[in-house]
Design a protein around this ligand. Structure first.
Ligand code: FAD
Ligand code: SF4
Length: 506
């Protein structure tokens, strides 16, 4: 009985899983199924990235001597039927996909095609399911900070003996600077993509109904292992020093700031998170110009948040996908698709996403998700929007980020909603300077919509949020606004904003 590694499009690594355990010359399977790409208006760059990365990986394996069976089909079911017709004695073996229920779904599809599938642990993460479950000890609520410290201790990353490097576990207080006006953002790496990507891009344009820029004029994403390595090296040499201080800052002219831009490559398997973590740590140790806020800030995201999200998703699905504890039921405003709005923070951010299927974390959290939460958008609808429009979006990572962190849908780890008025955006960005709205006004025709929406959000969710001790201060302001009568004006202003949205005039 022959075992044939089946490499998913998000497992493009020769170092991990079944592929790492067979010799060159062995048969391996890749399946390019197209029907999933028709389910949503995906960003053109996302489909181009995934399909180009798979095809380049195929070519690389062939050049290394593997016997690659590459099946292009409408569905996985059709591809398996073809495969098992030609290879009736084979068993497929693959790493578990982090997406909910995928193991059963794929096993069923393989069985329907008359074959068998063996599923093994996914090695493309820094932690295992078992380790997390032992740590969590059946808990139904999870706290990131505790998990993160445990991961630091277990891995020894940024530790000196049993103490955290520098003396503190977390330097997020040093991740909140805003660059001076004359700051120049470090360069963004570029790659020679070659013919394959042009071909894939043209084919995607023909074949699918996509959203977003469908040219390759601003396609910064690595699609091969070599490009991903260059991308990471560039980050370590050019960008890491400024990453920490400006991690939360936003500037209209700098879509990338000093972020890593590596989520796409990591989520496809082109970079292993442990390799990235180790190299960031090593760079910090070797280079005096890399502050601890950069090294720790980055490692917290990758060793902490990314792993945490994967496991929390596992524990909170299937409920998480439709969780909606604030009973938010509004449609996503059209401006998320069109970018047409006088709100500068939103129009700049949607334009960024439209241009290259990416915006950085604070734009995702404090502009896009914040506004949707204040507006009262049904969480699953925003989740679909993120899923379709970002090059790094996969159900397992988008869902906990959008529904829980972004919209406080469930309560499985978030202790309060991440919402804010214009105050936060004004402090952390330069968007408000060029905006049609006044960031300092709550009411009146040109008052920033975030402000009235923020107070009305607290007002309308009082039953759910007032008892939360982390919200106490905010509710004392709500009380003041009610007493002074300002809350009535706030409610009127929100009604007016909703009318304007209906007219496409927000
Ligand atoms: P950097 O800022 O350089 O961070 C380094 C790395 O840490 C990232 O590459 C990523 O691998 C990891 N990371 C950081 N934060 C998170 C997090 N919260 N969850 C998981 N990994 C994290 N990330 C995705 O990979 N796919 C998504 O679809 C996605 N959707 C998001 C939606 C919302 C509403 C929010 C608030 C966050 C989302 N994130 C998502 C997390 C995070 O914003 C992105 O990973 C990050 O912006 C990617 O850009 P970067 O590589 O430049 O990251
Ligand atoms: Fe955004 Fe309000 Fe600032 Fe305009 S004033 S950029 S809408 S926060």
């Amino acid at each position: 009985d022959d075992e044939v590694p089946w490499i998913l499009g998000t497992h493009l690594s020769e170092q991990c899983g079944p592929l790492a355990r067979v010799s060159e010359g062995s048969q391996v399977l890749l399946v390019e199924a197209h029907d999933f790409a028709r389910r949503m208006p995906y960003h053109h760059h996302k489909l181009t990235l995934v399909f180009a990365a798979m095809r380049r990986f195929r070519d690389r394996l062939r050049a290394a001597g593997y016997d690659v069976t590459y099946i292009q089909a409408d569905t996985f079911g059709e591809a398996f039927a073809t495969f098992f017709e030609d290879n009736p004695e084979s068993t497929l073996v693959t790493m578990r996909s982090p997406s909910y229920n995928s193991e059963r779904r794929l096993r069923d599809l393989v069985a329907e095609a008359g074959g068998t599938l063996r599923v093994v642990e996914n090695e493309l993460f820094a932690s295992t399911r078992r380790a997390f479950d032992e740590w969590a000890n059946d808990g139904g609520q999870f706290r990131h900070e505790q998990f993160y410290r445990w991961m630091r201790r277990e891995s020894g990353v940024l530790m000196s003996d049993s103490d955290p490097a520098g003396g503190e576990w977390n330097y997020d207080g040093e991740n909140r600077d805003v660059p001076p006006e004359d700051w120049e953002a470090p360069s963004v790496p570029t790659h020679e993509h070659g013919a394959v990507i042009e071909e894939v891009s043209a084919w995607v344009r023909e074949e699918f109904d996509t959203w977003g820029n469908d040219e390759l004029r601003s396609f910064p994403w690595p699609v091969t292992r070599d490009q991903a390595r260059d991308h990471l090296d560039h980050f370590l040499t050019e960008r890491l020093p400024a990453f920490g201080p400006y991690q939360d800052a936003m500037r209209a002219d700098d879509w990338a700031m000093a972020h890593g831009l590596v989520s796409g490559a990591i989520n496809l398997g082109l970079l292993h998170p442990v390799e990235v973590i180790e190299e960031v740590e090593q760079t910090y140790e070797e280079r005096a110009d890399v502050p601890i806020s950069s090294a720790e800030g980055f490692i917290r995201q990758l060793l902490g948040w990314r792993e945490f999200m994967r496991h929390v998703y596992r524990h909170a699905m299937p409920e998480l996908a439709t969780a909606n504890q604030l009973a938010a039921d509004r449609d996503l405003p059209d401006l998320y698709w069109t970018g047409e709005t006088g709100m500068n923070c939103l129009s700049e951010t949607v334009d960024d996403v439209h241009e290259r299927g990416y915006s950085h974390h604070i734009q995702r959290l404090m502009v896009l998700a914040n506004f949707a939460t204040l507006w009262g958008v049904e969480p699953s609808e925003l989740n679909e929007w993120f899923h379709a429009t970002y090059i790094d979006a996969y159900h397992w990572v988008t869902t906990p980020n959008v529904i829980e962190m972004g919209q406080f849908g469930h309560g499985v780890f978030a202790t309060k909603p991440y919402v804010s008025s214009a105050n936060y955006i004004d402090r952390m960005s330069d968007y408000c300077t060029d905006c049609a709205y006044d960031q300092d006004a709550n009411t009146g025709a040109d008052a920033c919509p975030f402000n009235a929406l923020y107070w009305q959000f607290l007002d309308r969710n009082e039953d759910r949020l007032r008892s939360n001790h982390r919200m106490g201060l905010m509710y004392s302001h709500v009380d003041d606004k009610r007493e002074s009568g300002e809350m009535d004006a706030v409610r009127d202003r929100v009604a007016d904003l909703r009318d304007r949205a209906t007219d496409g005039d927000l």
